[in-house]
Design a protein around this ligand. Structure first.
Ligand code: T5A
Length: 206
């Protein structure tokens, strides 16, 4: 069976990690060989870059430096983890991918969609996910969930309300512009209800 590349996207605390666990278990129960991974990170070099991005003060990088760091981590992640797995026929499920750079740096930080998409095309060519779930929920609900997670990786959660609003609108716009691969899911529902919707879409993958 050919490999598939599925990505989960959304703002802070949208429930991606929770849904990836449920989706992975459901696919493995069907005998599918699944690799789960995440961005920023997912490979040793990319995980080192992750630390620079998710810890520290919200303003420690300007928007372009941040976009370049995320994209450098992505290139390493693809080369070391994603492409070899897909070539081996495995399914890869990634917690975030390039839509995050378009949403966070393009819309959230105002670099603009066109500039960020050009950067992605330069570094990744025309490689794209087969299917992307955009988990959408009110900002305050997501931030409250994320706050419950604790830890030091809270740099983006501490960005201002306007940033999170641009992010949410940005994701909905990405989903509209790429409706051949993106599906928006109401992530304010219970984890089980979200999972059922995700599975009903995965079942339609050819
Ligand atoms: N970033 C990333 C960029 O700016 N540009 C980029 O290009 C990339 C790739 C990564 C940060 O980097 C930024 C975006 C991010 O801010 P991260 O640690 O990966 O940092 O942060 P998040 O992806 O936001 O991860 P979170 O852990 O905060 O959120 P999740 O994974 O979406 O949510 P999850 O599943 O951990 O759930 C959070 C809490 O909510 C509960 C869970 O039990 C958990 O406690 N929950 C629910 N509660 C009620 N109902 C449901 N349906 C629930 N689902 C989960």
């Amino acid at each position: 069976m050919a490999g598939r590349f599925i990505t989960l996207e959304g703002g802070e605390g949208a429930g991606k990690t929770t849904q990836i666990e449920l989706l992975t278990a459901a696919l493995r129960a069907r005998g599918i060989d699944v690799v789960t991974t995440r961005e920023p990170g997912g490979a040793p070099g990319a995980e080192q870059i992750r630390t620079l991005l998710v810890e520290g003060e919200p303003g420690r990088w300007d928007a372009w430096t941040e976009a370049l760091l995320h994209t450098a981590a992505r290139r390493d992640h693809l080369r070391a983890t994603v492409w070899p797995a897909l070539e081996a026929g495995r399914w890869v499920i990634s917690d975030r991918f390039y839509d995050s750079t378009v949403a966070y740096q393009g819309y959230g930080h105002g670099l603009g969609v066109e500039a960020v998409e050009r950067l992605q095309a330069l570094v990744l060519g025309d490689f794209a996910p087969d299917l992307t779930f955009v988990l959408d929920l009110p900002i305050d609900t997501g931030l409250a969930r994320a706050a419950g997670r604790g830890g030091t990786e809270d740099r983006y959660e501490r960005m201002d309300h306007g940033f999170h609003q641009r992010l949410r609108n940005g994701y909905l716009d990405i989903a509209r512009r790429h409706d051949h691969r993106c599906v928006v899911i109401d992530a304010a529902q219970s984890a089980d209800a979200v999972h059922q919707q995700i599975m009903s879409v995965v079942d339609r993958l050819d």
